[in-house]
Design a protein around this ligand. Structure first.
Ligand code: KIV
Length: 296
């Protein structure tokens, strides 16, 4: 019998055996849970186990990041900048977040999927936020994230009471980029006390965790010590309970990445190299070869 051509072969992840195997076991040193659930995050903080979060916007990437042992996948509204070429997160619509959340959730076995409530989908009040969050949860999210401090307490309380885990987001909040006067570090000087008060208030309202973005390292450490729920830092130093990065920054997909994002690969260059080789082989006739076609 002929070896099946690649397009005849079943995708490894879609086999019944793979489906029966279920979520991967937690990697060594990682938070327990297959899948990771909200109570594992609090337990991780208590045990001093660092939490690992990356953004994901589609199934192909989510499958890779989940299999790599990332604890949380954030369907971030950074999809607007990263995937759709906008210069901020403001144009992102709830419908786009629903599609991306479905794609990520379908491909994820172990990681906790958190979906961003985009700009305009929750600020009108708790009822608007609930309706928007329900759509993201129905799409497969296990939690939602929203930006803001004390002004969001009522909303966080309602969502939590409705059984929707909420991750907060303080410090530089990209949806307020215009009000904040650009991409600037937040919480310097006396503003640090305000940020701490926001963190304590949203924890009390029910936030199960929170992102601290672009805040001074000593302040992020102080907020982390003051809270029972885990903090996830981005540009906030090493003393938060976990770290989050935009996956394309982490993997070096673009020419530029922010100062706080280390590049763990140069995938952009590698993708360009692969595409150039493919183009050259199509033009020279080196691709396709006999193993790539069907004789009958
Ligand atoms: O949308 C996003 O990518 C985020 C991270 C920066 C935390 O909110």
């Amino acid at each position: 019998m002929a070896t099946p051509a690649p397009s005849d072969a079943q995708h490894p992840d879609s086999s019944p055996a793979a489906a029966a195997a279920g979520p991967a076991a937690p990697p060594s040193g990682a938070v327990g849970g297959r899948p990771v659930r909200v109570h594992h995050l609090r337990a991780a903080k208590a045990a001093g186990t660092r939490l690992v979060m990356l953004t994901a916007y589609d199934a192909v990437t989510a499958r890779i990041l989940d299999a790599a042992g990332v604890d949380m996948l954030l369907v971030g509204d950074s999809i607007g900048n990263v995937m759709h070429g906008h210069d901020s997160t403001l144009p992102v619509e709830l419908d786009e977040m629903v599609v991306a959340t479905r794609s990520v959730a379908r491909a994820t076995k172990r990681a906790l999927v958190v979906a961003d409530l985009p700009f305009g989908s929750y600020e009108a009040g708790p009822q608007q936020a609930l309706a928007s969050a329900v759509r993201l949860m129905k799409a497969g999210a296990s939690a939602v994230k929203l930006e803001g401090g004390r002004a969001r307490c009522e909303t966080i309380r309602l969502l939590s009471q409705a059984g929707i885990p909420v991750m907060g987001h303080l410090g530089f909040t990209p949806q307020s980029v215009h009000a904040l006067g650009g991409f600037r570090v937040q919480g310097r000087g006396p503003a640090g006390e305000e940020l701490l008060a926001d963190a304590l208030a949203i924890e009390e309202a029910g936030a199960m965790s929170m992102v601290l973005e672009m805040v001074p390292e000593p302040l992020a450490a102080r907020v982390t010590r003051a809270l029972g729920v885990p903090t996830i830092g981005i540009g906030a130093g090493a003393r938060t309970d976990g770290q989050v990065l935009v996956w394309t920054d982490m993997a070096g997909m673009t020419d530029w990445s922010p100062r706080f994002a280390a590049r763990f690969a140069e995938l952009g260059q590698e993708l360009g190299r692969a595409a150039s080789q493919y183009a050259a082989e199509v033009r020279s006739g080196a691709f396709p070869r006999q193993e790539h076609w069907f004789d009958s």
